[in-house]
Design a protein around this ligand. Structure first.
Ligand code: MN
Length: 159
């Protein structure tokens, strides 16, 4: 009897261990065509609200000096407020997005839109509340372009 209980107990433990769980690297596949691969969970996620994914299409290096990344946002996801000392250009690939500069009008973004962000202009970009969104980010005026991350975009500001 005692032995049987032990067997059941061990079986339960093994079942628990072998049950697949959602790992931290699990990603949700975007339901829109991201054109380029969606990439991994954004390693800069702490500067964003909601889940985003990053695929560096051209890494920062001394040969090209042209960092280009593909960023995919889940609905409602957005960057914190931030600025780029060398500016940034966004090329919208798919979905519906949002862009806003400090004290500026909210801009609705669609496929094919281009956003040119001048150096040191405080701004944020992200997805619409009910749509996935993908844009290419081009860092300009490299290699001396640094990003200064600031406070999150509150729900009030986002709406
Ligand atoms: Mn930016």
């Amino acid at each position: 009897m005692k032995c049987k209980n032990l067997t059941l107990y061990l079986s339960a433990i093994m079942l628990t261990i072998s049950t697949p769980t959602l790992g931290a690297s699990e990603m949700t596949k975007a339901p829109i065509d991201t054109i380029f691969a969606q990439g991994e969970k954004n390693p800069y996620g702490k500067f964003f609200t909601g889940q985003t994914y990053l695929n560096m299409l051209s890494e920062k290096d001394d040969i090209f000096n042209a960092p280009i990344g593909n960023v995919t946002f889940e609905p409602g996801a957005r960057t914190n407020w931030h600025s780029h000392s060398g500016g940034q250009i966004l090329l919208v690939l798919n979905g519906e997005g949002r862009y806003q500069e400090q004290n500026g009008e909210l801009r609705i973004l669609h496929k094919g839109d281009i956003v040119r962000i001048a150096p040191n202009v405080k701004h944020w970009h992200g997805a619409a509340p009910d749509s996935w969104f993908t844009h290419i980010s081009i860092e300009t005026n490299v290699p001396n372009n640094t990003t200064t991350w600031q406070e999150p975009v509150t729900d009030e500001e986002y709406k």
